[in-house]
Design a protein around this ligand. Structure first.
Ligand code: ADP
Length: 270
């Protein structure tokens, strides 16, 4: 990729963000954005809700973070310090969210952008947003291995990103394509923090019996095969789905459901 003319400005913004974590998946619909939002809620609850967290959605063509986190009606504010991102303000959270979703005139308009335009946008998100001092920046990427991945990885190269969390479902179809994410990370020297197996079984709310709707352990076996930490399984939890539809924090609304307990245990390993 061409030299990054914004390198210095990006470094200045990123220097005061302690941890930068990419969330990646092979396919759409495996729960990558759900995991990104859950990680951000979970991290922000640390240290009595004093941990500062921001989310950057670089899924340029299919931004779902604003709706998922209930900020889709809010807007970016222009200021002398840069773009002030909308904030999730529910249940003591104070999470900044940046997404191309805020810049689209109509939410249903398709984004038909070529690679260079996406790269420019991603760099602007990094350098023009007034992130301020943060403990975590969670970066939700589109499915697959595309322009957005190259852009974000190259833009952050000199900013010490922690690495990538890979999300898969237990099925071979998803696990097989995650191997491409693993190769991409290894080729571009992005550390892999670990693999999360989402939609992993259904826990009956009445009797706690686990039904393996798909198959089991696909993500775990993949982690073993590639010698990558396995961070844990998140079951299908209807509460997670409902909270996502309503744009509310599921781990605040349903603190003891299987999905919430799973995400806390995952966060403890990161
Ligand atoms: P992706 O970002 O990979 O395209 P999403 O995070 O948008 O996927 O998830 C797709 C759909 O599946 C959403 O409606 C979301 O609420 C739902 N979903 C994801 N993970 C779970 C889960 N563990 N339990 C229940 N619903 C889930």
């Amino acid at each position: 990729q061409a030299d990054n003319p914004d390198k210095k400005s990006i470094e200045i913004r990123m220097k005061v963000i302690k941890n930068k974590i990419l969330v990646m998946s092979s396919k759409g619909g495996v729960g990558k954005s759900t995991v990104s939002s859950l990680l951000s809620y979970g991290f922000s609850k640390r240290n009595n809700n004093t941990t500062k967290v921001s989310v950057l959605d670089v899924d340029i063509c299919g931004p779902s973070i604003p709706k998922l986190m209930g900020v889709d009606k809010l807007q970016i504010i222009n200021s002398e310090y840069g773009w002030i991102p909308p904030k999730v303000q529910q249940a003591n959270h104070d999470i900044k969210v940046m997404s191309v979703g805020f810049l689209l005139g109509t939410p249903d308009a398709p984004v038909i952008w070529k690679g260079p335009r996406k790269t420019t946008m991603i760099r602007r998100f990094l350098k023009d947003t007034f992130w301020g001092k943060q403990d975590y920046l969670i970066i939700d990427t589109p499915p697959g291995t595309s322009d957005e991945h190259l852009s974000i990885i190259n833009s952050l190269k000199s900013c010490n990103p922690d690495g990538a969390v890979l999300v898969t479902t237990p099925q071979d179809l998803s696990c097989d394509t995650v191997k491409k994410e693993i190769s991409l990370c290894r080729q571009l020297n992005v550390p892999i923090i670990g693999i999360i197996e989402n939609l992993s079984g259904f826990v009956c709310p009445c009797c706690d019996e686990v039904t393996e709707i798909f198959k089991s352990d696909g993500g775990k076996k993949l982690a073993e095969q590639f010698n990558i930490p396995f961070l844990g399984k998140i079951p299908i939890d209807t509460n997670l789905g409902k909270s996502a539809e309503n744009g509310v924090c599921s781990i605040c609304d349903h603190p003891n459901t299987p999905g919430t307990l799973a995400i806390h245990s995952i966060i403890d390993k990161i």
